[in-house]
Write a protein that binds this ligand. Structure first.
Ligand code: PLP
Length: 367
């Protein structure tokens, strides 16, 4: 076995390949496929962000991993304005190359390995497990993080609003979990990349003083511009929180060359300084959510959680693959719930990331 095969051998099989036959069925629909399987933005990048990117196109020198001072100012300012965090300094923030790379490589960059444990929600974005596997760490899925065995536990992932369920953790749940993690010396990393997309609940950050008591010790929040600002194509995200942890990560990521491009850094400064485009994008998603939700309910689906995020977590009380097959027959592609853990095997995840025209087509087919 080659060295490369040895590393990839630690990874689970890529589940999306299993969806290909259903995609072919949906694509054969005379009205074309409505692909609601992946949460990838489809609306334009707001003009002020494109302009900032273009204005920084002449960037011959190397960018820095920590980002320009303007970028760090934009991040600290946003954390204070939008999350209600207090006294966020440059040492409390670090840009990353999209949040997926951070999720996948954080256990490795924290120096975790065999004997260390990484924990994540029972139903979760699969990359938390991938990150543990890449580091050869152990991993465990939880229902209530405060009931985990703290022995060997080094990294606790929270994800609110959740992918795939859209569930939002209350301020009380967050506060209790932060206290538990601190008591047991476990680093708590909260993936908050859907925080701007609350519909029936107002998502709260772990950086809010009511949750963390005004100290960032032992906690890190992960934020992404992919969904908030339609910037998935730019690879733009950041972490904020414990200065000691981020200082270590900065050193490691400098050695590893993990820097965001200079034009992207400039684009993020513009994006974080503007809330209007976020409001407009929210309106688009809200209209699609309302239309899809009503159509699914009328079609006989039950929807759980889904109070926030870009997804509807829906079931017909049958195997998720039967539901995927049924919808593929209508030309609609969704993600089977078991992609996010065996506990999801009777649900499907329906993404709100399709154009208004495609969402209208789905609604018509479900009627
Ligand atoms: C929970 C969660 N975290 C992180 C990501 C990665 O987002 P990005 O790499 O675009 O920042 C996603 C993407 O869908 C996600 O659902």
């Amino acid at each position: 076995m080659s060295v490369v095969a040895g590393l990839s051998g630690r990874l689970p099989t890529f589940p999306w390949d299993k969806l290909e036959p259903y995609k072919a069925t949906a694509a054969a629909h005379p009205g074309g496929i409505v692909d609601l399987s992946v949460g990838t933005p489809v609306d334009p990048v707001p003009e002020l962000i494109q302009k900032a990117l273009i204005a920084a196109a002449d960037s011959p020198g190397y960018p820095t991993v920590w980002g320009t001072p303007e970028l760090r100012d934009a991040i600290t300012g946003w954390c204070e304005r939008r999350l209600g965090a207090r006294d966020v300094t440059h040492r409390n923030v670090l840009p990353i190359v999209g949040s997926k790379e951070l999720v996948a490589w954080l256990p490795t960059q924290l120096g975790l390995g065999p004997g260390d444990v990484v924990a994540y929600p029972r139903l979760a974005y699969p990359t938390y497990e991938v990150g543990a596997r890449l580091a050869r760490a152990q991993y465990v899925a939880y229902d209530d993080p405060t009931e985990l065995d703290p022995a060997g536990l080094k990294l606790l992932w929270l994800n609110s609003p959740s992918n795939p369920t859209g569930r939002v953790l209350s301020k009380e749940e967050l506060t209790r979990t932060v206290a538990w993690a601190r008591e047991h010396g476990v680093l708590l990393v909260s993936d908050e990349c859907y925080l701007e997309l609350g519909w029936e609940a107002e998502p709260v950050s772990v950086l809010h003083p009511d949750v963390c008591g005004g100290s960032y010790e032992g906690i890190v929040a992960v934020h992404s511009l992919s969904k908030r600002s339609n910037l998935a194509g730019y690879r733009a995200a950041f972490v904020a929180g414990d200065a000691a942890v981020l200082g270590d990560l900065l050193q490691i990521r400098k050695h590893g060359g993990m820097m965001t491009s200079a034009p992207t850094q400039a684009a993020v400064v513009a994006a974080l300084g503007d809330d209007q485009h976020v409001r407009e994008q929210r309106e688009r998603y809200l209209a699609r959510r309302t239309a899809l939700r009503d159509a699914l309910l009328k079609h006989g689906f039950r929807i759980e959680h889904s109070e926030a995020s870009l997804y509807l977590w829906a079931t017909r009380d049958e195997s998720c693959w039967d539901t995927v097959g049924h919808l593929a027959g209508l030309g609609i592609l969704v993600a089977p719930g078991d992609f996010y853990g065996p506990a999801g095997d009777r649900f499907v995840r329906v993404a709100l990331t399709a154009t208004d025209e495609r969402v209208a087509a789905a609604v018509e087919r479900l009627a």
